[in-house]
Design a protein around this ligand. Structure first.
Ligand code: SF4
Length: 205
């Protein structure tokens, strides 16, 4: 499980891990986030840390220098304007440096337990292949999922669909033959109809 999902009840840790995770493999994110948060566990500690030390601690992740700048800028704002805490509202979170909608939703759901659907490229791909949504971007997918999925299940979607997208419904060569939800997948429905010729006869494609 990526580091940011394992930092429940620690919104600051979720924020740091999610920012570090961008363009970085999960195992590297987990290692680097743990290292950084062990030394600077709070907003005020990170805000006042020597920049070279922060860059050194996170050098393993992609775009380390800009992430260090963004994290320290965010930590400074939190320490100054929010008593060191992250806001609990998406519209306020996305005003902070390096925090987009996905990170804001991750902070809400994994840090505060507030229903939200942080949507990455895996969720976007899987939801579209399943036929649950028809969208062109992860952000659109997030909004579309919020409309069709009952709120009581929102907290489950990210862990379930990211795991599924990383391990089974991969971008290239999805493992459809062994997929446990193939009977619910519109992609399989289309393939079966193509084999049987139904689609050509019906003019669906
Ligand atoms: S059947 Fe294939 S395309 Fe559909 S969800 Fe499973 S792996 Fe993905």
């Amino acid at each position: 499980m990526p580091a940011f999902r394992d930092r429940g009840a620690d919104p600051f840790g979720v924020m740091v891990s999610t920012v570090l995770s961008q363009r970085t493999r999960d195992e590297v994110t987990e290692r680097v986030a743990g290292r950084l948060l062990a030394v600077y566990p709070t907003a005020s500690a990170l805000a006042t840390a020597p920049r070279d030390r922060v860059v050194g601690l996170i050098r393993e992740v992609g775009l380390a220098e800009s992430k260090a700048n963004g994290l320290q800028a965010t930590a400074g704002i939190l320490a100054k304007d929010y008593c060191g805490k992250l806001p609990r509202v998406e519209s306020e979170l996305i005003q902070l440096p390096l925090i987009g909608r996905k990170t804001a939703k991750a902070i809400l759901v994994f840090g505060y337990g507030i229903p939200a659907i942080p949507t990455d490229i895996h969720i976007h791909r899987v939801a579209n292949r399943l036929g649950v949504v028809t969208t062109k971007s992860a952000e659109e997918t997030s909004l579309a999922l919020e409309k069709v999925v009952p709120k009581k299940y929102w907290h489950l979607l990210n862990p379930a669909l990211v795991q599924h997208g990383q391990n089974i419904c991969t971008a290239l060569n999805p493992k459809c033959a062994g997929c446990p939800i193939r009977n619910h997948c519109s992609r399989i429905g289309v393939q079966q109809h193509m084999y049987s010729g139904t689609i050509r006869k019906s003019g669906w494609l």
